[in-house]
Design a protein around this ligand. Sequence first.
Ligand code: 3HC
Length: 679
Amino acid sequence: MTAHLEHHNSVAIIRIDNPPVNGIAHATRAAIAQHLQNALSDQLITAIIITGHGIAFSGGADIKEFGTEKTFADPALPALLNQIELASKPVIAVVNGVCMGGGLELALACHYRVGTSACQLALPEVKLGILPGAGGTQRLPRLLRMETCVDMITSGQVLDSSSLRGTPLFDFFVDDTKALLGSAIAFAEKVATVRPIPRVAERAVIVAEDPSLFEQKRLELQKKSPFLPAPKACLKVLEEGTQLSFAEGLQMERNAFQELLSSPESKALRHIFVAERAIGKVAGIDASTPTRAIAKVAVIGAGTMGAGIAMNFASAGIPVKILDLQEESLSKGLYRIRTSYQSSVSKGKLNQAACEHALSLIQGVQNYEEIADADLVIEAVFEQMSVKEAVFRQLDQVMKPGAILASNTSTLDLNLIASFTSRPSDVIGLHFFSPANVMELLEVVRGRETSAEVLNTALKLAKRIKKTAVVAGVCDGFIGNRMLAQYTKQAAFLLEEGCTPQQVDTAIERFGFAMGPFRMSDLAGNDISWAVRKARKLSKPDEIYSALGDLLCEAGRFGQKTKAGWYDYQDNDRTAYPSEFVLVLIRQHALEQGYAQREVGDEEIVQRLVLALANEGRKIVEEGIAARASDVDVVYLKGYGFPKHRGGPMFYAQTLGWETVSQKLREFASGHRGETWVF
Ligand code: 3HC
């Protein structure tokens, strides 16, 4: 049974018990319905409480059952909630903790609601590409202002229950969680004989104070999430509900819910929900794996990366020393940190006290002895093995025993780096993404000898600094950059075949990327990838790539910073204007090399680029560099702006079907530069 029935004198208590978050699975619905029936037919029972076992009231409908026949099997959630609402005895929701989605809808269908003042409430269905499908869009606006409902339901934001004090959503709050049930039972005994029983469905919708609310929100949502149907559908159902009876509103909501549930966008978002939780499951790490305490951190190198990395720790309240041997670069780095925090204050993202506190935790130092007692040191120096070698040999000499030695390398061999020390089991890769204080992704690179304890410590620490950590094995570029190399290669090959940069960018932006590869490269600086290519030429002289990027840089077109790159730019204007110079450069190169020119359609552009990612991702999983395909998706979603509604490159390939993908790859392999497709 996933719900139990208890009795407390004349009060029946239905306790949802479906760990980990009391999800309302089919079996849970059946158990609640059965207990409700028993309590209603028991003459000795005068009131019924529904509450959750453990720390949650309910996290909502069971997401893992979506897409199976259990989702709509009897008793369906809307029918169960109607049964509760129409019950002849008062039903009281006792909200003991997290109360979300179908869980909140269950509480709304009850006649009274009491809760702890510190529980989290949300209708987060929109984040799964659906809408509240069990009356949430129709019951909530009968209790809260329409403005609040629109915000809550279209964003899925989580509210603290105490912020709803004074609204009819809760009859009362109990601050002490332990006293909650006792108070609720006393309340249930008091209202047992009160008639008529208050029912949310019988209340009128609280209409919006601002008549332009829906129109304004529609425009905002179109701008913010043009590719997602769910936020717009939430708004539509809320708006139309104001013109319909409660029963009609419920039916409309149900129809919209069913339609969204089978949409590709919802499937993608549900995949992401599961993928984000799967990344934490790492081979060799479990609840018994120890961790080391991290109270002091050091960062080597005060460049853009080092400064950004240090900010993560200071923002999380962890003291951090930045070591740079060059006085000028140290003071530049510290200045960069100060201005970055101050700009957050002026944008209202941070208060002054928090800014000062974070700054007080950062200290610049110039010799290794001063960082010797750090629990973790992260190297963020120039990306060259000889430079890394010198740093790690030094760290091995000075750092206290047990200190974790991390490298922020994005491409180099971590096993080799570890071999420069006498303690390779303490060495790990922590690959931050630029800007390191903003980007959510952290690739945690597990070296051949990295100990489970060190890895576990890094994973726990990632949570403290609010990063999404994905574990990667050692290879050139790890997960993200190794895949990116194939993507950018294909983008340049498309130019050689006859595409323009704007054609490639527009096609991939229509697919959902915020920026195509060429606009992105102009923003990041074409000289950066040029330097990487030059270095790679030394280590991999036979690698096939397009020379177009090199020719562009040889012409001094480094991107936005030189007002000329793949596009032209004007003063104080980031708009990318097509460049005649670049078009001539591309055509001339193609002519010189004898490349056949042809019209390439948008669909092929998208598939060439996205399947280049997926094909490399597949190899990464096969080689064990990533533990599972969904980890690869998380890397691309969190670190490379892959469109959420597509679920990630691996999910995209899976929705096309790997059979179809193989066929496409064979086609590409017989085309221009086909030899670069290794599958
Ligand atoms: N159904 C099934 N499993 C769920 C679940 C749900 N609604 N919510 C969470 N879980 C599972 C997670 O998958 C995870 O499982 P795992 O251990 O096997 O990986 C486990 O519970 C713990 O989840 P978290 O790691 O996220 O735990 P937290 O303590 O950090 O967060 C939470 C708990 C706030 C409840 C968070 O899990 C959450 O936001 N859940 C989603 C809530 C949601 O979207 N509810 C709406 C569901 S759709 C719905 O109700 C439709 C209705 O309108 C008809």
